[in-house]
Design a protein around this ligand. Structure first.
Ligand code: GLA
Ligand code: ZN
Length: 674
């Protein structure tokens, strides 16, 4: 079964952000863009993202002529359009006339017009103005044969501390605590430092000027910011959904964006999309490729269907501290990585470089030279050629038996926590590290939020799951009881959803039974320090950062510490609980340990990689419609790798030849099917 982004265009989309309004006075550029779009094998343009000032030059006076022309042109040239709503950046008159649409900072100063992505999400006027223009866009273009999806706003982000947002926050809390201020006081442990609230009116958003020490409040504020952003998206999507119910709605999200809990966006999206800007070729080796794959697997799993890579940089970015050129091959490899992990689009920021302003040196398909004669153009053209040859794989998906949990609320709670290593608890990085043993062996993984059903997986891994509410405790227990394998680490189940510590020993409540242990203390090491554990076979592994001192309560000890005052105590355990197994890793390892133990667990569960064995730097992933398997072999190293045995006969989708073993060029890719 295939599920396309839009049934009316059952192919991969290849294109990206296009800002023709910047060239409205030089329309020859538009015609040249169309010619180059065809030549670059691109078939999509994302338009309207930052066009509001042109579309509504004065309040209530709309001028869609430029979009009419551009959308028609793209369609006549064989392209499709992802149409944006313009709320990411408003016209100047709007901010001038209605200052309430401007954000207020955490020091309570109202911003001026400033950059972009800076509206108040609560302002009724902003919501109304956005709905109006969105409705007009939907009426005008919703039935246009070129348009295939709604790109709502752009990279939602940020917080607003204005009186409207503060009032909405109080309303949010009233609802959360059923109007009972004492329930809130209890949840916030507010007697600490005499922070008790007498009524809801006293509550203000946590800032350096207010109640930052109240951790429950800080969590609730972040929850509120997400809820308010989701609500804003729902509000601005309302006319789109009403007028064009068939058209898929998405918003472009960012990699591991700290400020918003993307798990809460599941229901407002038809398709998930994200903007992917790894530090390719960074000194961290293949970590960046692995992290990029991790986030693809998150966005695909979020909707359980093909997602969109809405933005990526042709050649280079301009906003990082070091803007290294992607090495030859890397643009195509990065594009096909997206496809390998289940994206149905390869989209760039941007089609053509803007001549002025802050992004004039950001990579683009068309550089300032304005021709097809650039290395990057050539590479994008090649990517497009490849995508055309493998179009039959569009709409297929990835089947994973392994899941890794990624939970924003847990991330925030960990970071808020004064304890352990004070700064940089490394939650995201740790989750990516747990993904790596699977990624490098070509094992499919879904990265999932806590709202997802665990029973779909044979193995669920939850690194540093410090905050577990009642529902999560039960979810883990029943998953294991019914036969699942759950892998948890240090810091499991220490606080509840209000950031209150669990009493009676960690991990919380019945998790002690599930894992057959309790954790008394946690040691934090200095960055350069290393501890040691010894696995039952006698192999020693280094530990770093964290070591918990456990007491066994029925778990089988697989490894013990072999240094420090806790020498000889359990460091790695497994417990049979019901029909399943619960693993516990009490320390942070340096990589080798988890690579080894997950290899063992995979063998036990019969979980296999896409191909039997892969050389260093090379990985492999599959997509399928249930019948045909599409296999992507990706080489993230600069050297060619030879003799990769596939374990089955495959057909090379680019050459048609039948192969049993393949070689892959440095920064190269092979695409096969069976
Ligand atoms: C983001 C934005 C784009 C552009 C790129 C540059 O992803 O959505 O408008 O600024 O960054 O990398
Ligand atoms: Zn506000």
């Amino acid at each position: 079964m295939k599920k396309y982004i839009n049934e009316k265009f059952p192919y991969f989309l290849h294109g990206g952000d296009y800002n023709p309004e910047q060239w409205i006075d030089v329309k020859e550029v538009w015609d040249e863009d169309m010619r180059l779009m065809r030549e670059a094998n691109c078939n999509e343009m994302t338009v309207g993202i930052f066009s509001w000032a042109v579309l509504e030059p004065e309040e209530g006076r709309y001028d869609f002529s430029f979009l009419d022309e551009v959308i028609d042109k793209i369609y006549q040239n064989g392209g499709r359009v992802v149409l944006a709503t313009p709320s990411g950046s408003r016209p100047r008159w709007l901010a001038q006339k209605y200052p309430e649409v401007l954000r207020v900072s955490d020091s309570r100063e109202r911003f001026g017009f400033s950059g972009r992505h800076n509206h108040c999400p609560t302002s009724p006027i902003y919501r109304e103005k956005v709905q109006k223009i969105n409705a007009l866009l939907a009426e005008r273009y919703g039935k246009h044969p070129a348009v295939v999806a709604w790109h709502v706003s752009n990279e939602y982000s940020g917080e607003c501390f204005c009186p409207l947002c503060q009032e909405a926050f109080r309303a949010y809390l009233r609802e959360r605590y059923n109007g009972d201020i004492q329930a809130l006081n209890k949840a916030y442990w507010s007697t600490f430092w005499s922070h008790n609230y007498d009524n809801f009116e006293q509550i203000e958003a946590p800032t350096p000027l207010t109640d930052e020490s109240v951790l429950g409040l800080r969590l609730d504020w972040k929850r509120f910011v997400t809820a308010q952003t989701v609500d804003f998206m729902r509000s601005e999507s309302e006319p789109l959904r009403r007028i064009t119910p068939e058209m898929p709605v998405t918003t472009n999200m960012m990699t591991a964006f700290y400020g918003l809990d993307y798990n809460k966006f599941e229901d407002v999206l038809d398709v998930a999309s994200w903007d992917n800007y790894p530090d390719w070729h960074s000194p961290r080796g293949d970590y960046e490729a692995c992290r990029s794959a991790f986030w693809h697997d998150y966005f695909r799993a979020l909707k359980g269907r093909a997602h969109m890579m809405m933005e990526s940089a042709p050649g280079l970015t301009n906003w990082k501290s070091y803007n290294k050129l992607k090495r030859p091959g890397m643009d195509t490899l990065a594009a096909l990585q997206a496809i390998a992990h289940g994206s149905d689009t390869v989209q760039y920021f941007q089609w053509r470089k803007s001549r002025g302003s802050v992004e004039k040196f950001h990579g683009a398909v068309v550089d300032h030279v304005g021709t097809n004669q650039t290395r990057v153009f050539g590479e994008i053209k090649r990517t497009g050629e490849i995508l055309k040859k493998i179009d039959e794989a569009a709409g297929t998906t990835v089947k994973a038996r392994v899941a890794i949990l990624f939970d924003w609320e847990n991330w925030w709670a960990l970071d808020n926590c004064q304890g352990f290593q004070l700064k940089d608890k490394k939650y995201e990085e740790t989750c990516v590290e747990y993904y790596k043993p699977f990624w490098r062996r070509g094992v499919a993984v879904d990265v999932i939020g806590p709202q997802k059903d665990f029973s779909a997986y044979d193995l669920v891994i939850a690194p540093m799951l410090y905050m577990t509410d009642r529902a999560m405790i039960q979810k883990i227990a029943s998953y294991v009881e019914q036969g699942g394998t759950f892998y948890a680490t240090y810091m499991l189940g220490m606080v509840n959803e209000s950031d209150l510590c669990y009493l009676g020993g960690f991990p919380a409540a019945e998790l002690k039974e599930v894992f057959g242990l309790w954790n008394e203390e946690i040691d934090s090491l200095y960055p350069e320090e290393r501890g040691e554990i010894t696995l039952n076979g006698g192999t020693r592994y280094a530990t770093k950062d964290y070591a918990e001192v456990l007491h066994e309560r029925g778990a089988k000890v697989l490894a013990r510490y072999s240094k420090e005052f806790y020498n000889g105590t359990p460091a790695y355990t497994v417990n049979k609980y019901g029909k399943g197994k619960a693993y516990y890793q009490a320390f942070r390892d340096t990589g080798e340990f988890k690579d080894c133990v997950f290899f063992t667990i995979m063998k036990e569960l019969g979980i296999e990689g896409a191909v039997p064995e892969l050389p260093a730097g090379v990985t492999a992933h599959t997509r399928t419609d249930g019948d045909t398997v599409y296999l992507f072999i990706e080489n993230y190293s600069a050297e060619r790798k030879e003799n990769i045995a596939l374990g089955n006969e495959y057909e090379d989708m680019l050459t048609g030849e039948k192969v049993l073993t393949v070689g892959v060029d440095g920064y190269g890719m092979r695409i096969l099917k069976r």
